[in-house]
Ligand binder design. Structure first.
Ligand code: FUB
Length: 312
């Protein structure tokens, strides 16, 4: 299980991961070896003392009307007693789109919509519900995640991945419609600034690659993400759900395996970073396992991850 998205619903912790499997597909930069075909959900009332309950399959490729292949990262948001699962999957033209499926309970079963979200592209949706009830979806991923095929929400004639000392490709954000099924607005780029106020550049090891996540702490918005080929989890802080966000630090150093992906949640009075690595599979990067580690905030709002990195 990889890409764990953790949330607390009705006082219980639910984790929505991707479900890795062995297919024999060789590794490549396109990510064909991540050939997942269903999702499970796990839950617990006590993360540190009670084993997770596996609620079984909640959605699979054959049940999705527009399905092609590869169920990648997903996330779930609750609104007015309904649960909305947002997922990334390739359509029948091998283009990644974002889909939605709906359930009456956090453990599903989830019923998929007939079509992907209009105007959606790329991977790794994460949904954040703000205190006023507005919901925002964050997404995007480079390389196999296809983000380099788009500018200003339009498909390019051919992929264009900026390199060197030029602006990095950003994650995207859009407020969700009242019915939670579409973008309510034109998606916007997430700008991450360095401490001097300059946008992070494509050759910066802290620039965005994939795996967006948003959480709020003490009135500030924390955008966190994976740096992909530099294998870090980083975070940046802003004053609104749209940013801009100022880079604030590294949450996790490189793990065993190529990918790194996470979520951040408060549960039973503690804050946790959920992530994955490939240690239990002996480093096979397409066979990952979920992990959780406690994090804490200092008095200035900087995040410290227990056991990772000196002073961090
Ligand atoms: O699990 C498939 C992909 O690998 C995810 O969508 C990425 O974030 C990376 O973890």
């Amino acid at each position: 299980m990889a890409d764990p998205s953790a949330h607390v619903f009705n006082g219980r912790l639910y984790i929505y991961p991707s479900h890795d499997r062995e297919t024999g597909i060789p590794e490549n930069d396109n990510g064909d070896h991540f050939d997942m075909c269903d999702y499970h959900v796990f839950s617990t009332s006590d993360l540190e003392n009670e084993p997770l309950t596996d609620h079984g399959v909640i959605l699979d490729v054959p049940s999705i009307p527009w399905s092609g292949r590869q169920l990648w990262d997903s996330d779930v948001c609750e609104k007015e007693g309904k649960y909305y699962l947002y997922f990334s999957m390739k359509d029948q033209n091998d283009i990644f789109r974002l889909g939605v499926a709906i359930a009456d309970k956090p453990e599903g079963p989830f019923v998929p919509q007939a079509d992907p979200i209009r105007g959606s592209y790329s991977i790794d949706p994460a949904v954040f519900k703000d205190d006023d009830g507005s919901c925002y979806i964050y997404w995007g991923g480079l390389w196999g995640g296809q983000l380099q095929r788009y500018r200003d929400n339009k498909a390019l004639e051919s992929a264009d991945l900026p390199e060197g000392a030029v602006a990095a490709l950003p994650s995207r954000v859009a407020r969700l419609s009242e019915d939670m099924l579409q973008f309510a607005e034109e998606p916007k780029p997430i700008v991450i600034l360095d401490q001097a106020g300059n946008p992070l550049q494509a050759d910066d090891p802290h620039r965005f690659f994939e795996a967006s996540w948003m959480h709020k702490y003490n009135g500030k918005y924390y955008f966190s993400y994976s740096t992909g080929d530099s294998h870090l989890l980083c975070y940046a802080i802003g004053d609104t759900p749209y940013g801009p966000f100022t880079f604030d630090g590294v949450l996790l150093e490189p793990v065993v395996g190529w990918t790194t992906h996470h979520s951040i949640v408060s549960f039973n009075s503690k804050w946790y970073l959920f992530h994955h690595d490939s240690a239990p599979s002996g480093g096979r990067t397409w066979l990952r396992s979920m992990k959780a580690v406690e994090i804490a905030y200092d008095e200035d709002g900087h995040i410290h991850t227990y056991g990772y990195g000196e002073g961090n």
